[in-house]
Design a protein around this ligand. Structure first.
Ligand code: CP
Length: 478
């Protein structure tokens, strides 16, 4: 047996929990669900700080209900305007102070990576309740728990993601978890709201599956036959004979139906759009209604939604037994009770050896050189709290050929155009060259010594000179 205890740990992204820990948490959730009124000694005397700097109904109320049912207390701040953040206080200082009042912090914030900073500074366990479009790991736990309860397994499921996949933090966190548990994901974005490239790259790089983007094979061009799919993540657990014939495989996949439709709303608050653009996006937005659910591929499909819904989910399907969204929301209480009690160290749980953790944490070297490069994501916390100067941009090197750096706060990618080494020719300016990122030089530079530039101007400003290939090209183009 393996002993699971999340004592003193934080949950910032779903990668902070192994598959075994998630399974263990679900066992405890089952226990909590059956005895919601009998848990009032578990967190007696403990205090949860509920910091919601963005609107919330489900996450905030279910976390607060969970803590109260566990016998604990709740203190809260529910908008930036009523906290000292509005006076210019840094998130780090706010975290330190809240950490000295409470035993656990739950934080929702519009800036991506804010929860990570709170976890770094609070000194107590921190739970990310949603940071911009980045992550929403506890919604993922509610979603996975619902799928597991209704379908008994996660392995081999086929889940279609529907709507605003670009801004939906719930779809980003859920895609990583589903891939880790061996599910196949079909992406059906509203036009212009496709899954971000960095999410798709991470899925294939870290979960071992394959990304299919041949839209003809996916039925995108033949939307009459199957519902349109723009891309698909195919789990490596796929039956062997199908994996050998990817195109046929996808056609068969569609015919056998979809296990769940995961619908999301248009996240208007995440983009600055003109009323015209917003109208266009709204008009093109796919709606799930009774008629759609009559299609053959949706016969046994669960309809899931993190809520709130706007117009994308018709009220006429609420009574349909396939509709799961209110069950998902209700399960938020026992799921979060189990999580809080494990993180406050008041509960241990043992799980059989065979589900011992399958670690999602692939090791990536830290990028060590140059604070000049910035995360390309404007709402990353590393671009928002720059005036205060306590946050330095931080990156992991997640790929070498081509070089790709991932921001450690928001996980957005930076793909540099030029590279250099901090090691060779140290101090000898005449050899201090920069090279194209896609040249053979990338194989010669150790990750510890890698320096990257997004433009030639950056390299020149730091005293580097173009290598002879770049210099020749520059001469020819003059
Ligand atoms: N699902 C979810 O996060 O809902 P709220 O925004 O109401 O918390």
């Amino acid at each position: 047996m393996t002993n699971i205890n999340l004592h003193s740990r934080s949950l910032v992204t779903i990668d902070d929990l192994s598959n075994g820990e998630i399974e263990a948490l679900f066992s405890l959730t089952d226990e909590m669900s059956e005895s919601l009124n009998e848990q009032s000694e578990v967190c007696r005397g403990k205090i949860m700080a509920s910091l919601f700097f963005e609107p919330s109904t489900r996450t905030r109320l279910s976390f607060e209900t969970a803590m109260l049912r566990l016998g604990g207390h709740v203190i809260s701040a529910i908008d930036i305007g009523s906290s000292s953040l509005s006076k210019g206080e840094s998130i780090a200082d706010m975290a330190r102070v809240a950490g000295s009042y409470a035993d656990i912090i739950v934080i929702r914030h519009p800036w991506e990576g804010a929860a990570r900073v709170v976890a770094d500074y609070a000194g107590i366990p921190v739970i990310n309740a949603g940071d911009g479009s980045h992550a929403h790991p506890t919604q993922t736990l509610c979603d996975l728990y619902t799928l597991k309860k209704e379908k008994q397994t996660l392995k081999g499921l086929k889940i279609a993601f529907w709507g605003d996949l670009k801004h939906g933090r719930t779809t980003h966190s859920l895609s990583y978890a589903l891939a880790r548990f061996g599910a196949t994901i079909l992406f059906h974005p509203s036009p212009g709201l496709e899954m971000p490239e960095h999410v798709l790259r991470k899925l294939t790089a870290e979960c071992g599956g394959k990304l299919e983007r041949d839209t003809a094979a996916l039925g995108y061009a033949s939307g009459e036959k199957f519902f349109p799919v723009e891309a698909a993540y195919i789990t490596p657990n796929h039956p062997h004979q199908l994996a050998m014939m990817p195109d046929i495989c996808m056609q068969v996949e569609f015919k056998t139906g979809v296990d769940a439709l995961y619908v999301t709303r248009l996240q208007k608050e995440r983009f600055v759009a003109s009323p015209t653009k917003e109208g266009e996006l709204q008009n093109a937005y796919p709606v799930v209604d009774k008629k759609l659910l009559e299609r053959k591929e949706f016969k046994k499909t669960l309809v899931m939604h993190p809520l709130p819904r706007v117009d994308e989910l018709a009220y006429e399907i609420d009574a349909d037994p396939r509709s799961m969204y209110f069950k998902q929301a209700a399960r938020g209480v026992p799921v979060r009770m189990a999580l809080i009690s494990l993180m406050l160290g008041d509960r241990n749980i043992t799980v059989p050896e065979e589900i011992k953790p399958f670690g999602p944490k692939t090791y990536h070297p830290t990028y060590k050189h140059g604070t000049e490069i910035r995360c390309p994501n404007p709402i990353c916390i590393s671009n928002q709290e720059t005036e205060i100067k306590y946050i330095r941009p931080e990156f992991r090197i997640v790929n070498l050929e081509p070089p790709i750096l991932e921001c450690t706060y928001c996980e957005h990618e930076l793909r540099p155009k030029f590279i250099a080494s901090s090691d060779w020719h140290e101090g000898t300016l005449e050899y201090k060259n920069y090279h194209k990122a896609d040249s053979h030089w990338i194989r010669k530079i150790k990750p510890d010594n890698l320096i990257v530039f997004t433009t030639e101007e950056e390299a020149l400003a730091q005293g580097f000179k173009p290598d002879k290939h770049i210099a020749q090209n520059d001469e020819n183009s003059e």
